[in-house]
Design a protein around this ligand. Structure first.
Ligand code: FCB
Length: 453
């Protein structure tokens, strides 16, 4: 840590900035069998032996479903003005489509009320990977049916909450759903086919395109805003070779452009068209729907990628390299705020979004709860440095004209990190799982002080 550096604070950023943290339903809620919730593909996947570390599931997670009041109170204490959460589709529509479960809607209404009463603006993500299993049984995102069902679901939720939600995010990281879920198979639904991945990518985008006008039509809040969240990486060739160049183009193509090009340009990227064309299930009018204007683009950024060579083209597999002396998180991700700055510049230059919200950024480190005699504490200087350095990178980009208007640190609480189960901790608040105690980490206190100025 560079102690000499002038500390940054909230006042360095635009006044109307959204500050908060992000979470996702399946990662924190628990209560999977309560109040009429249906099954999601993550229930199925996590309960399949060998799919998650230690066989972990989201059955209990952070028990946020029962503790949301206490959690919102803590957010208020830490000084945030916004919160990004996701809504569980199978709580609202246990069969994916058709019969609505009123208790599911009630839960999110209570949560939104609690947020507003505590001075926090709700940013709701409609899809953070928990597709109703009933839809998966009909082919899931490989089929157009899911795009249509998603628009119906968006309708049901926004009829109830369209007067209170400030920010609507249709999808979280469709690239991860499509590629990790359908090509690499490390996430639900665990398929291994490029065709499935490309079909899923298109139907996810189409779902977004069908839901967006529905959300806008049901909105009753003047200052509400609508967007989508994409995962990103800053891809660079790991050496001077032609191979590395090609590998970087593939990484950038599948992680960034596969979604940004359709959303902002109404077409799929030419850099990877050879892998896409024969599988894309495009119908007349789809690309127009997908490219309807957005109020903001949500960017999730964690690491850059140094690509060396394409290992297996049809599996979108690339050989990468590490940097000697660089710091890596518990996920094996390089800490590289410069890549974040570069990525923001790239997105702004190539796509010119009206506004950018950083909807996720954060780091997993091996935290240790210290109980001692005094207050329990978690000293996590690596995470504090990570957050501060990435805030600075965003600030630098913002000063150069990139319209960054909000920042949601991933994550509020330690939680179920998908295939890694509970083995990776991303929270700025530590969760002692056996007791469900919440202990604010030093990074959380740093964020609090940053916001106080
Ligand atoms: C993102 C996901 C989020 C979390 C972080 C670490 O890809 O959107 O749920 O798992 O990574």
């Amino acid at each position: 840590m560079d102690e000499q550096r002038k500390p940054i604070s909230r006042s360095d950023f635009p006044a109307d900035f959204a500050w908060g943290t992000a979470t996702a339903a399946y990662q924190i809620e628990g209560a999977v069998n309560e109040d009429g919730r249906g099954l999601s593909i993550w229930d199925t996947f996590s309960h399949t032996p060998g799919k998650t570390d230690n066989g972990d599931t989201g059955d209990i997670a952070d028990d946020h479903y029962h503790r949301y009041k206490q959690d919102v109170a803590l957010m208020r204490e830490l000084g945030f003005n916004s919160y990004r959460f996701s809504i569980s589709w199978p709580r609202i529509l246990p069969e994916g489509r058709g019969k609505v479960n009123p208790k599911g809607l009630d839960f999110y209404e209570r949560l939104v009320e609690e947020l507003l009463n505590n001075g926090l603006e709700p940013y709701a993500t409609l899809y953070h990977w928990d597709l109703p299993q009933a839809l998966q049984d009909k082919g899931g995102w490989k089929e157009r049916l899911s795009s249509e069902a998603f628009a119906d679901y968006a309708d049901v939720v926004s009829r109830r909450l369209g007067d209170r939600v400030k920010g609507w995010i249709t999808l979280n990281e469709p690239a991860v759903s499509a590629i990790i879920g359908h090509v690499e198979g490390r996430h639900a639904p665990g398929e291994h086919s490029i065709e499935a991945g490309v079909r899923a990518a298109h139907h996810l985008l189409l779902g977004h395109g069908l839901a967006l006008p529905v959300l806008r039509a049901n909105n009753r809040r003047k200052d509400a805003e609508f967007g989508i969240t994409l995962s990103t990486t800053y891809a660079e060739p790991g050496d001077d070779s032609q191979q590395a160049q090609e590998a970087a183009i593939l990484v950038d193509g599948f992680n960034n452009r596969l979604f940004m090009d359709p959303l902002f340009k109404g077409r799929y990227p030419s850099t990877i068209s050879n892998l896409l064309e024969r599988y894309l299930p495009i119908e007349a009018g789809d690309m127009e729907k997908i490219s309807a204007p957005l109020d903001f683009l949500g960017i999730n950024y964690y690491f850059r990628t140094l690509a060396l060579a394409v290992e297996d083209l049809s599996a979108v597999k690339v050989k990468t390299r590490q940097v000697q002396g660089a710091q890596y998180t518990e996920m094996g991700w390089e800490v590289n705020p410069e890549g974040f700055y570069n990525l923001l510049k790239l997105v702004n230059n190539d796509y010119k979004p009206a506004k950018i919200l950083i909807t996720e950024n954060g780091a997993a480190f091996a935290d240790r709860l210290e109980e001692g005699q005094g207050q329990p504490a978690v000293h996590d200087p690596d995470r504090t440095n990570f957050i501060r350095d990435h805030f600075e990178a965003a600030l630098k980009a913002s000063r150069e004209g990139v319209p960054v208007k909000g920042y949601f640190v991933w994550s509020f609480l330690d939680n179920f990190e998908w295939a890694y189960g509970y083995s990776k901790r991303f929270g700025i608040v530590y969760v002692d799982y056996p007791t469900q105690r919440r202990i604010v980490k030093d990074s959380g206190r740093w964020y609090q002080n940053f916001l106080r100025g």
